[in-house]
Design a protein around this ligand. Structure first.
Ligand SMILES: Nc1ncnc2c1ncn2[C@@H]1O[C@H](COP(=O)(O)OP(=O)(O)OP(=O)(O)O)[C@@H](O)[C@H]1O
Ligand SMILES: [Mg+2]
Length: 390
């Protein structure tokens, strides 16, 4: 059928036509914002899960919910090589420009001054200025160079400015397992201060399943600061909707056996559902999507995954790292024991340490527990089994 009207959206962080199965996380987030608007406290939120389950999409949804409620929001991605300070400044600037009017209240002007201080060391060319004279505002610091202190001041003043209108400040960080130690510590300290002092400020973090451990290594009290939500595959009912709703919006129907087939083949993984859904649509003659279309779509979809999603990751690994991944594959979805992987390769775990660490840094594997290792990509083991060549 017509590719132009294809309603599926396989890709990184691409909002699906039907965002299904995440009601509980969306409710937790919404209630947290509502509580803060009523000057009550709420915990910050951590989303964790494997690749392609929909963490970025959900974090984006959190931002939209904040924006609809007129919160000041910033969403950034860690691990891009840009320091958190710069990334936050870049994301907050457009939000603050909207507030920067000559008629702005004192708290807003104070917040703008603090923001300018916060960015002064990373903004030599004065990109993030507001065209307002803020020199009569008290100097609120935020320019010591110590991220924890500076972010604390910025969080205090921006949330106070937002509170003037009955709103708050939401800072969202994707791929948070890639934050530097001082950045993780600063965000934990910020969430802690906000809770203690009653600032309307919430932090939303998304990352791989290793994130809770990374956080507790940064601040031992982190498990009390956040509520943790494991984002996984969609249950069969939600997976069904993920396929039928987008088509329904285009007045196209799936036959029951076709939906069931794709739901089963994808195991309910959001990214796979989008990929198979898109391929099924493209191969079908219409007017509905039937089992024959679904079967063909699934094989085209799988091929797309192999040549894109999996292969791009496989190719980021060196030969030694691929050997490590291959030695994990017999355990399927895992986890594998690191010592068993070493035994399969005829080496000691210490000898394999560098390959293992490099694969963790590349985000291809993670350590669920001490002495264990698992793929971050669902069904990576099946892909490896399909490879005939190293
Ligand atoms: N709740 C959902 N319902 C249907 N499709 C979804 C849902 N969440 C995400 N998707 C789809 O799944 C794919 C992956 O989403 P996303 O990029 O947010 O995953 P991710 O967990 O951030 O992955 P990664 O770890 O690789 O960054 C996208 O194509 C998106 O449209
Ligand atoms: Mg993502």
């Amino acid at each position: 059928m017509d590719e132009l009207s294809n309603p599926y959206s396989p890709g990184a962080g691409l909002r699906p036509a039907a965002l299904v199965g995440r009601d509980s996380e969306i409710r937790t987030w919404t209630v947290a914002l509502e509580r803060m608007e009523k000057e009550r406290t709420a915990r910050s939120i951590v989303l964790t899960g494997l690749r392609g389950v929909g963490k970025t999409v959900l974090l984006g949804e959190f931002q939209r919910i904040g924006q609809r409620r007129n919160w000041i929001t910033a969403m950034v991605e860690a691990g891009t090589g840009q320091p958190l300070r710069t990334a936050l400044a870049q994301a907050l600037y457009p939000e603050l420009t909207d507030l920067a009017k000559p008629s702005a209240g004192e708290r807003i002007k104070k917040a703008l001054r603090t923001f300018s201080n916060f960015t002064v060391k990373v903004d030599e060319t004065g990109t993030w200025s507001f065209g307002l004279d803020l020199s009569d505002q008290p100097d609120a610091g935020a320019n010591t160079g110590n991220l924890e202190l500076d972010l604390g001041q910025l969080g205090r003043d921006l949330s106070a400015a937002a509170a003037e209108g009955g709103h708050g400040l939401a800072l969202l960080v994707d791929e948070a397992q890639d934050l530097r130690d001082d950045e993780l510590t600063a965000l934990c300290a910020l969430a802690h201060q906000a809770g203690q002092r009653g600032w309307p400020l919430i932090v939303g973090l998304a990352g791989l399943p290793s994130l809770p451990r990374v956080l507790s290594e940064a601040k031992s009290y982190s498990e009390r600061l956040f509520t943790f939500h494991l984002i996984g595959k969609l249950d069969p009912v939600a997976a069904h909707e993920a396929l039928t709703e987008p088509a329904g919006q285009e007045d196209v129907e799936w036959t029951d056996d076709a939906v069931q087939y794709v739901v089963e083949e994808t195991g309910g993984y959001p990214y796979f559902l989008q990929e198979y859904g898109q391929a099924t649509w493209n191969v079908a003659d219409g007017p509905s999507l039937d089992l024959a279309d679904a079967r063909l779509g699934a094989s085209v979809g799988q091929n797309h995954l192999d040549t894109g999603f999996y292969r791009s990751r496989w190719e980021r690994a060196t030969p030694a790292q691929r050997a490590y991944l291959r030695a994990m594959a017999p355990d399927g979805e895992g986890p594998s024991s690191s010592s068993e992987v070493a035994r399969r390769l005829g080496k000691t775990p210490t000898k394999l340490g560098p390959a293992r660490d490099a694969l963790i840094k590349k985000g291809l594997i993670y350590a669920p527990e001490h002495g264990q290792i698992a793929f971050t990509v669902p069904r990576m083991a099946d892909f490896i089994d399909r490879q005939l060549q190293p």
